[in-house]
Structure formats: structure tokens, C-alpha cells
Ligand binder design. Structure first.
Ligand code: AR6
Length: 183
């Protein structure tokens, strides 16, 4: 399954590079320091250009962005209006509130996206690369968080698209999507 309707909106899964998919808001998997890095964060800053980091340098909270938090900036030369930089948890075995922190990262990102008036939002698979969160577990948390938000208070958001880089991650999200109640 690659698509469902929830709360009058749509959740869709695609395999690919998130920097190539036009949306209103692209969510980035950032770190607390908001200083850029590898993975999807590196790809977003490369494709968006230096403008995004210059803006982060202006708005960066003194002690960084906490795990489960997010900040919003412009999107530079990306095919989007804004980028939300979300901080997912580092996987430490599952007993350190990782699921709650991951859920919070998705919720905060959607609040910021809805606050910007976005109709379309894209997410990568937050925390499942360098941060080591097992993809199958992360997929369940991510999809439940997004579906819950769309059912309760989706606001302007009409579509959330997960852009999954590799086939294994895509398959994990496909499986997890079949467990989400449409409606
Ligand atoms: N489009 C979509 N997904 C991508 C792309 C892309 N262009 N490139 C990689 N991915 P990661 P994390 C996938 O490591 O685990 C960074 O250095 C990737 O295959 O990017 O949250 C940050 O600065 C994986 O499925 O993010 C942080 O320090 C997913 O994106 C740290 O890594 C997430 O992998 C964050 O780690």
C-alpha cells in the first residue's frame, strides 16, 4: 500500500530524493546543533544553497534545538517554500523515550508546516540513518503520528508525502501504512 486518506488529507509514499519533490514544506532530519551534516541534511543544504544555513545561524536557539523539536526556515533554491529542521532521537535500544521523541519531532514539524499555511509537506525517514532507529519501528511511529495529526487538526495540510531514499526503508513504510486506519 502506498497511499491512504486520513482526515480529508492524503498520506503517500514514494521512493526517491526528497530534494527533487516539489512541495510547500520539506522536513529535514537535522541535529540539535542545526549545523548541517550528512545524509538527508547534507543533501538539503547542498541543493538549497548557503541561504538556509545563514538563516539557521540567525535563529539558532542558544542551547540548540532539543530532541523532538523543530525550527522553520526558508527553502533557498529547493522546490519548496520552507524547510522544517526536525531533530529526531538517536536510537539507544528503545528504552530511552525514543518513540515519544520521534513522535514529537513529527508533531512539531506538522505544527510548523500548518502554521506556514502549507498544503503539501514531505518527510524523510527521520532517525533511521545515522541515528540508527530501526526502520520498521520508526515507520510505525512516523505514520501513526502523521495520521493522528491529520485526523485531529490537519489545518491547511492536504497531503503528506514520505520520500524514502532506499528500497528497504520504502518497504518498511509500505508495511506500516497497511496498519493505519483510514478515515
Ligand atoms: N532524500 C530522502 N531521504 C534521504 C536522502 C535524500 N536525499 N538522503 C538520505 N536519506 P539521516 P538521521 C535517508 O542519516 O538518522 C545527519 O548528519 C537515509 O537513507 O539523513 O535522522 C544530521 O545532520 C535515511 O533513510 O538522518 C544528523 O546529525 C533517512 O534519510 C543526523 O544525520 C535518515 O537518515 C541525523 O540522523
Amino acid at each position: 500500500m502506498t497511499e491512504i486518506s486520513v482526515g480529508g488529507a492524503r498520506i503517500r509514499l514514494v521512493q526517491g530524493d526528497i530534494t527533487r519533490v516539489p512541495v510547500d514544506v520539506i522536513v529535514n532530519a537535522a541535529n540539535s546543533e542545526l549545523i548541517g551534516g550528512g545524509g538527508v541534511d547534507g543533501a538539503i543544504h547542498r541543493a538549497g544553497g548557503p541561504e538556509i544555513m545563514l538563516e539557521l545561524n540567525r535563529i539558532r536557539p542558544k542551547h540548540g534545538c532539543p530532541t523532538g523539536g523543530a525550527v522553520i526556515t526558508g527553502a533557498g533554491s529547493l522546490p519548496a517554500r520552507f524547510v522544517v529542521h526536525a531533530v529526531g532521537p538517536v536510537w539507544r535500544g528503545g528504552g530511552f523515550q525514543e518513540a515519544l521523541d520521534l513522535e514529537a519531532a513529527y508533531q512539531k514539524s506538522l505544527e510548523l508546516a500548518a502554521g506556514s499555511g502549507a498544503a503539501t509537506v514531505s518527510f524523510p525517514s527521520i532517525s533511521t540513518g545515522a541515528y540508527g532507529y530501526p526502520a520498521a519501528r520508526a515507520a510505525g511511529v512516523a505514520l501513526a503520528a502523521v495520521a493522528g495529526f491529520l485526523k485531529a487538526r490537519g489545518g491547511t495540510i492536504r497531503e503528506v508525502v514520505f520520500v524514502l531514499f532506499d528500497e528497504g526503508t520504502f518497504k518498511a513504510y509500505e508495511k506500516a501504512l497497511s496498519a493505519i486506519e483510514p478515515g
